[in-house]
Design a protein around this ligand. Structure first.
Ligand SMILES: [Zn+2]
Length: 414
């Protein structure tokens, strides 16, 4: 029988994690594991013996992963990657117990509106330039797919520009960027709220959809931000234009928008700090993925961090993300795993699963990425540790030695 030809084989890993759907241990651990790749996709995965028997490796590059862990690339399913400037002054003031309002009085950027000001000053090229080093850091830390939201423009032209940056980023570096329209991130100071919602619904969403610039439409539903009714208008307009719904839900208050989220079958509900157990169950029944962002709760010293165990107990599939933004300058999913395990009582297996397949589900991409299974994209990490639990155990270090993106070695650390 003719065996399919591989162009890359990674073999003899001390542990290979498939993170496949039905894995009883959540991570699908295989000892002395191997993965074979052809034309950017996974050809075979299993023990080294199984893979050796399944593929023709004539001419294939071989990477020996003895003493190392091999696993799927991380999927970061919630970021605000594209922005101008920095809010380091605000952060330093807050950690010291100071009042950021005093900074704003001196013209120093504070909050979303502060970042909007810094972002509007930059053109597309400068915004690409600002995002690239952040993406490079993410890739070096093992992230192979990143979701990226607009939302620091808040005018039609600037929101379109931010989404155009997402499109440009895909062309100039290896990480896949999934684009989300978040015009409903905050209200611009110079437009009345309902007028702004009209603008998002009647002008921005049709133009975003027409230009094919986003896969998802998101809304920031919370006290002081978009109401449940305004969120409904935004998400329904998105759906009508082919943009799948996502929602920032209950980060600082219980909004009651869980019902809307379940009704519209949002792909994900993100934050969930104040969502109650009954609402969690209804979201689970609607198939909504819960996105936890322990880094954000940590960075803002959130008074009520998400109770991830309750979300899991309620039956929701859980995903992890960095929430990279000027208020939470975090690029490493490994750090997120550390926080999820220590502060939110996830097992390391649960956290790894949530950072790979769970996050792929939060992007509706579980058929393509998030696990090592034949036919999926060959997004593969090699870690310089023998056991995957070291990801949570060894604090604040980068365990990623090699990153394979779509079958190509794109990071190789000596
Ligand atoms: Zn967010």
């Amino acid at each position: 029988m003719e065996r399919p030809r591989a162009d890359l084989v990674i073999e003899h890993a001390s542990e290979l994690l498939t993170c496949r759907t039905g894995a009883g241990d959540l991570v699908g651990r295989v000892r002395d594991g191997a993965v074979a790749v052809a034309a950017g996709r996974i050809l075979a995965v299993g023990t080294a013996d199984e893979v050796a028997a399944a593929v023709d490796r004539t001419g294939a590059r071989t990477i020996y992963a003895a003493g190392r862990v091999v696993m799927p690339g991380f999927v970061d399913c919630h970021t605000h990657l594209v922005f101008g400037g920095s809010r380091v002054d605000e952060y330093a003031t807050r950690v010291a117990g100071g009042d950021p309002a005093e900074l704003a009085g001196r013209g120093i950027p504070v909050g979303i509106v502060g970042t909007v000001g810094q972002t509007r000053e930059l053109g597309v090229d400068a915004l690409v330039g600002a995002a690239l080093p952040r993406l490079a850091e993410m890739l070096a830390a093992g992230t192979t797919t990143v979701e990226s939201k607009s939302g620091y423009g808040l005018t039609t032209e600037s929101e379109l520009s931010l989404l155009d940056v997402n499109r440009r980023l895909v062309e100039v570096q290896p990480v896949d960027v999934v684009s989300t329209f978040l015009g409903a991130h905050a209200f611009p100071p110079d437009v009345p709220p309902d007028r702004y919602v009209d603008l998002v619904v009647a002008e921005m969403i049709p133009r975003v959809a027409e230009a094919g610039l986003a896969s998802f439409c998101d809304v920031y539903c919370d006290e002081g931000f978009f109401t449940v009714e305004q969120s409904r208008r935004v998400l329904e307009a998105g759906i009508a234009h082919g943009l799948r719904p996502k929602i920032h839900l209950d980060q600082y208050s219980r909004t009651g928008a869980a019902e809307l989220t379940a009704e519209l079958r949002c792909v994900s509900a993100d934050h969930l700090n104040f969502t109650d157990p009954e609402e969690i169950r209804s979201l689970a029944e609607a198939g909504v993925v819960g996105v936890a962002m322990p880094g954000l709760d940590f960075a803002v010293a959130h008074p009520r961090p998400i109770d991830v165990r309750a979300v899991i107990a309620g039956g929701m599939t859980i995903a992890l993300a960095t929430d990279l933004c000027p208020g939470c300058w975090l690029t490493s999913m490994q750090f997120v795993i550390t926080l999820a395990c220590r502060l939110h009582r996830l097992s390391v297996a649960e956290a790894v699963r949530a950072a790979t397949l769970g996050a792929a589900q939060a992007l509706g991409l579980a058929d393509e990425i998030g696990s090592l299974e034949p036919g999926k994209l060959a997004d593969v990490l090699i870690l310089d540790v023998e056991r995957y639990e070291d990801l949570a155990y060894r604090l604040g270090r980068n365990a990623v030695a090699t990153v394979v993106k779509r079958g190509r070695v794109v990071v190789e650390r000596a």
